[in-house]
Design a protein around this ligand. Structure first.
Ligand code: MSP
Length: 669
């Protein structure tokens, strides 16, 4: 029976369009899955989208869409992109699918029946962006993960007895393979050692989620819903025999690959849920770092994302795949830039592997009528042996590094072989040998070109999981047929049959010039200038009542010479206010009426933020108010001031706040 291998990506939130940060995780998993298939493992590679929860519900509202329609649209963007990138996932799970919902409810029941769920009241802070309960925080405190202000939640919920698993989890972490890299493992150990509190695992103040079994007024906490995808997708909780078989075969997962910001959910909550349900635990959770762009984490809310499509359009999927895995030291943060991408593409792909392929194959065409020559027996010299030995060593080292997720070093090793063969070709001057007709020169030429072609075959085979498209082309040009049939575990020096007829030789990585960088930059700039796909027809801030963010900033594009003097700025009175009362304005989806204490007085302010903020979450919160704005009437209510918010790509307002405590009425200047 063949060995099985099960690998997962996190499932991606559908509140943001996919960018290269998401692509990074997915393609890392894809390369691992492809390598495992070539090694003969029966492989299951899962990815998908995370579609429930308050964050998605709010994003859908801000986009003026029903949550399901909104989720459908963004989820399909992910699927289409993965297809374009040649991602070889075996399934794509969506948490809004029936199969998932039923199986999550089953999991909930099992945990409940095992005695790990009880009803209680949660009062505390919640970060909607991370869908995280923040223990020990006070109203208005920032989320420790993302820094955004937390919201106060007071609800009757179901609780999970997380505290019961502290010792078992610590025992689990004793295995150094369970959480990787070591730094993440240490963080998790110290978090768990500091004490675990029971976890609220349901919500009652919104409806976009999977109903708690036997209590439809509650929905299951989005992280329990989402984490469960790893088992529901392969058949857990199904009554069908085939699904049960699949679950038996593939669970536990061999690798859950995640970004470093979701380590706690995967390394603490998930194993505890599984232990409570009596299920086996995943073998490894591997966390990678972040892709940074312009120095900070690439993310929608920072507005510093790079779209994958831009790179696919200009350089193709293999260029992106190779660059990200070669350039970023896996586990650490890595910067993305178009300059570095093009430089790496030219040096390693166009001038490196691509050039080795085209010069070697072109010479075999020219001097041996397109048939792989037979290396002359007994004429191998030190240089030929050195290449053969280096290739054998490369196969061993590449495998060991790759299996330890050290993609960058593995590729470095494979490309060192490419460079060595290039040097070997230069030193042995096959073009000069080709000009001579004597027997010795002919047989030397045959040996040199065979050696180069065989090394090319080995580098191509190793690189296949990373650059599937180009490597398949080189393989076919070498006359070897379908690279997917390669048995990687048997790869060794000397398997290239002499006499193999080459396929048609064509360049696989055309050199990119400077204009490639400019084109990509331009495409990204144009995208930033264009309205986001999910921008609602009437953004919350502008439709009925402005937030400060909705007014064009003074230096907005299209307003040249629009810098203001400090005196102009001083005319705007910005003050810290505290929300005392917040309620919906009748018959308006967008407006909230608030009473805001600005120190000297309590003002009535009407703002278009109702789609992004539930009124009860605002009471007690400190906000920024433009205090000297002329009053205006909205829906018959006088608004005396304006609340300051950032306006995100999808039109959603995010209120300005403070990380430190600030007194009510303080002036901002
Ligand atoms: N939905 C949750 C995960 C649930 S898994 C049961 C979530 N989604 S996410 O879309 O916000 O992020 C998912 C993953 O995308 C991250 O863990 C990370 O792997 C990847 N990345 C998103 N932005 C990234 C970067 N800027 N850099 C690298 N990876 C990034 O969290």
């Amino acid at each position: 029976m063949s060995r099985k291998f099960y690998i997962t990506t996190p499932i991606y939130y559908v509140n943001a369009h996919p960018h290269i940060g998401h692509a990074y995780t997915t393609l890392a998993c894809d390369t691992i899955a492809r390598r495992q298939r070539l090694l003969g493992a029966e492989t299951f590679f899962l990815t998908g989208t995370d579609e429930h929860g308050q964050k998605i519900e709010r994003a859908a509202q801000a986009a003026g869409k029903a949550p399901q329609q909104y989720a459908d649209e963004i989820s399909s963007e992910f699927r289409e992109l993965w297809q374009r990138m040649g991602i070889s996932n075996d399934d794509f799970i969506r948490t809004t699918e029936e199969r998932h919902k039923k199986r999550v409810q089953h999991l909930f029941r099992v945990i409940r029946d095992n005695g790990y769920i009880y009803k209680g009241t949660y009062t505390g802070q919640y970060c909607v962006s991370d869908e995280l309960y923040v223990d020990g925080a006070q109203p208005g405190d920032p989320c420790p993960t993302c820094g955004r202000p937390t919201e106060t939640v007071r609800e009757e919920n179901y609780f999970f007895k997380l505290s019961a698993f502290q010792d078992k989890l610590l025992e689990l972490y004793a295995n150094p393979e369970f959480i990787r890299p070591e730094t993440r493992r240490n963080e998790v150990i110290s978090f768990v050692r500091s004490g675990l509190r029971d976890l609220s695992i349901s919500r009652s103040t919104f409806a976009w989620g999977i109903p708690v079994p036997d209590d439809p007024n509650q929905v299951i906490y989005v992280w329990l819903d989402a984490l469960a995808n790893y088992v529901t997708a392969i058949g857990y909780g199904s009554s069908h025999a085939a699904a049960q078989e699949a679950f038996k075969k593939f669970w536990p997962a061999d690798v859950h690959m995640i970004g470093k910001e979701i380590v706690r959910f995967h390394c603490v909550y998930w194993p505890a849920f599984l232990l409570a349900a009596g299920l086996p635990l995943p073998k490894a959770i591997v966390a990678h770092g972040w892709l940074l762009f312009e120095e900070s984490k690439m993310s929608k809310s920072r507005g510093n994302i790079v779209r994958t499509e831009t790179i696919l359009d200009v350089l193709g999927a293999d260029a992106l795949r190779y660059f990200l895995l070669r350039e970023v030291v896996f586990g650490q943060d890595g910067s993305f830039s178009f300059d570095a991408l093009v430089q790496r593409y030219n040096s390693d792909l166009a001038n490196g592997l691509g050039n080795l392929a085209s010069r070697t194959l072109t010479m075999i065409n020219r001097y041996f009528q397109g048939e792989v020559p037979r290396p002359a027996r007994g004429t191998a010299n030190f240089a030929d042996d050195a290449i053969a030995e280096a290739a054998r060593k490369t196969i061993r080292e590449f495998g060991a590094l790759f299996d330890q997720f050290q993609f960058s070093r593995a590729l470095e090793v494979a490309w060192a072989l490419v460079a060595m063969v290039d040097k070997y070709i230069v030193e042995n001057e096959p073009w000069a040998l080709g000009e001579k007709q004597d027997e010795t020169s002919r047989s030397r030429l045959a040996t040199v070109l065979y050696t180069a072609a065989e090394a090319l075959r080995i580098a191509t085979a190793l690189a296949h999981p990373v650059i599937p498209d180009a490597s398949a082309k080189i393989w076919a040009q070498l006359g070897l047929g379908d690279i997917k049939k390669l048995a990687l575990s048997e790869l060794t020096w000397g398997q290239l049959p002499s006499g193999t007829k080459l396929g048609e030789v064509q360049p696989v990585f055309p050199r990119a010039d400077k204009s490639a960088i400019e084109r990509m930059q331009k495409m990204e700039e144009e995208r930033k200038g264009a309205p986001a796909a999910t921008t609602p027809a009437a953004p919350a801030g502008t439709a009925e009542a402005p937030t400060a963010a909705a007014t064009a900033p003074a230096n907005a594009p299209g307003t040249p010479n629009s810098k203001i003097s400090i005196d102009d700025f001083a005319k705007i009175e910005l003050r810290v206010g505290q929300v005392k009362v917040a309620e919906r304005v009748p018959k308006s989806d967008k407006l909230l009426r608030m009473e805001i204490d600005i120190g000297s007085e309590v003002r009535q302010v009407v703002a278009g933020i109702a789609e992004a903020y539930a009124p009860e979450t605002l009471v007690g919160r400190k906000v920024v108010i433009v205090a000297n704005l002329a009053p205006r009437k909205l829906r018959g209510l006088e608004s005396n001031g304006m609340i300051v918010a950032a306006s995100l790509e999808d039109g959603k307002p995010v209120l300005a706040g403070f990380l430190e405590d600030v007194p009510v009425g303080a002036r901002l200047k």
